[in-house]
Design a protein around this ligand. Structure first.
Ligand code: GDP
Length: 436
């Protein structure tokens, strides 16, 4: 799915727009376990082309930093990584010199840009805000993120500007596309080198793709793999921590093209929020997930530290309890050869299918074993289930009131159906759809 970035000065209303667009209005409720954290990105699925929206407002500078510089950095990132830029200004405040500066930068980029004057909620106010035409960016929309004015029109232009939806990934080439994600210095490039340098690995050739990404195809134990965006891995290692946020874009990009994400953690330093954010991205993008605990050599003999890490891992990764964990040392190469077999197992489950007959038979038993809850004196009613996709396995459940299927019952259904399908290492996606 394409990436759309919202840029603009602080306080023009970026987060409000982000919240409005990412709030799903469909009678389609997703069962994703809640990963609570700051949201910098979200999926927008209520228009004809789904896309990922990035709120660069999440990157707003702390007050003591030169903020023109920050905005600058933010916009450069968006220009590099997004497919479309929504440039937001504040119609109540009026045109600011920084807006014009941003507009200059955006005009020089080759990305499609849609300008939006926010905090405008009537045609009269539009007239009063005509000074924004001086930005010289078309299309220009007058919108109210808070009240919805102009949003529909704006979204028509967004849809027109986005690349058309690509065909579902139905390639049966059998190759497994893997991305390595992790904070700087956790050992991604060391792992990459250990993998690619292993005598059991046969690197076919290094094929450059579009943009500045390099993918590395290779074979391991007869299975074809492609490591996605290995250029990004090498580059990110050298980037200072401050620009880590670049990782949000880059990891979203790589995830779009991957089947399985390998999230690399530093066993010595422990698990950080940034680690969980990356793993959360993989889960929310419905990719398979393998967790690698690197630098395990540094915990050798440290039983107390090992146990503490294990506990922390279990509680922090409750949103993806199925993800296999592999302990390695990229330095000594110990355990490195166990990473790809886990990736392969996840990928195999990622492709699983269940026929409608057996699925609905299983549903009958699952519903009988633990009845759906009553909602306002009426029992929730499930009508029919069907697997609509794989990668990951995705099942639609038709129900009389999707919103009333609470988290604990969803979790129950998810666990039971995982059992039925034999899923132990890959996610199962449940969608609850209203049948009227
Ligand atoms: P990247 O930024 O994630 O690509 O991390 P690098 O691969 O550049 O590794 C960062 C630092 O950690 C380097 O100094 C590596 O030598 C070191 N390192 C990587 N893997 C291990 C490991 O398994 N054990 C130890 N002790 N050090 C490691």
């Amino acid at each position: 799915t394409p990436i759309v970035a919202v840029v603009g000065r602080p306080n023009v209303g970026k987060s409000t727009l982000f919240n409005r667009l990412t709030k799903s209005k469909m009678a389609l409720v997703d069962d994703l376990p809640g990963v609570t954290r700051d949201r910098l990105y979200g999926r927008v699925e209520s228009y004809e082309k789904p896309f990922t929206l990035i709120d660069t407002g999440g990157f707003d500078p702390p007050a003591d930093q030169a903020f023109a510089d920050e905005v600058h950095a933010q916009i450069k990132l968006a220009m590099e990584e997004a497919d479309l830029i929504l440039f937001l200004t504040d119609g109540k405040y009026g045109l600011s010199p920084l807006d014009s500066h941003v507009a200059d930068m955006l005009r020089r980029s080759h990305k499609p840009v849609i300008a939006c004057v926010n905090k405008i909620d009537s045609p009269e106010k539009e007239d009063a805000a005509s000074e924004f035409y001086a930005l010289g960016i078309t299309p220009l929309h007058f919108i109210s993120s808070a009240h919805g004015y102009g949003i529909w029109d704006m979204m028509q232009d967004v849809m027109a500007a986005l690349p058309s939806v690509e065909e579902e990934d139905e390639d049966n080439s059998g190759e497994i596309r893997v991305t390595l994600l992790g904070r700087p210095n956790v050992g991604k490039s060391s792992l990459l080198n250990a993998l690619v340098g292993s005598p059991r690995v046969v690197v076919s050739d290094v094929a450059g793709t579009t943009r500045d990404t390099i993918d590395t195809p290779f074979t391991f134990d007869g299975q074809d793999y492609v490591l996605i965006d290995t250029a990004g891995i090498r580059k990110l290692g050298r980037v200072e921590k401050g620009i880590e946020k670049a990782g949000v874009f880059r990891s979203l990009r790589s995830l779009e093209r991957a089947h399985v994400a390998v999230v690399v953690l530093d066993a010595f330093e422990g698990i950080t929020d940034q680690d969980l954010r990356l793993a959360g991205q993989a889960v929310e993008s419905y990719r398979g997930l393998v967790v690698v605990l690197n630098k395990w050599d540094l915990l050798k003999g440290e039983e107390y530290k090992q146990r503490r890490l294990k506990e922390r891992l279990e509680s922090a990764f409750r949103f993806a309890p199925y993800a296999p964990v592999v302990k390695i040392s990229a330095l000594t190469k110990k355990g490195v050869n166990r990473v790809l077999p886990q990736v392969k197992k996840v990928f195999e489950e990622y492709n699983k299918r269940i026929a409608t007959g057996p699925l609905n038979k299983a549903m009958e038993m699952i519903l009988a074993k633990h009845q759906p809850p009553m909602v306002k004196g009426k029992r929730l009613k499930f009508y029919y289930a069907s697997q609509v996709a794989n990668r990951p396995p995705t099942i639609v459940l038709f129900v009389n009131n999707p919103k009333a299927v609470h988290f604990s019952y969803r979790r129950y259904l998810n666990n039971e159906l995982r059992g039925v399908m034999g899923l132990t290492k890959a996610p199962l996606r449940l969608l609850f759809r209203e049948r009227s």
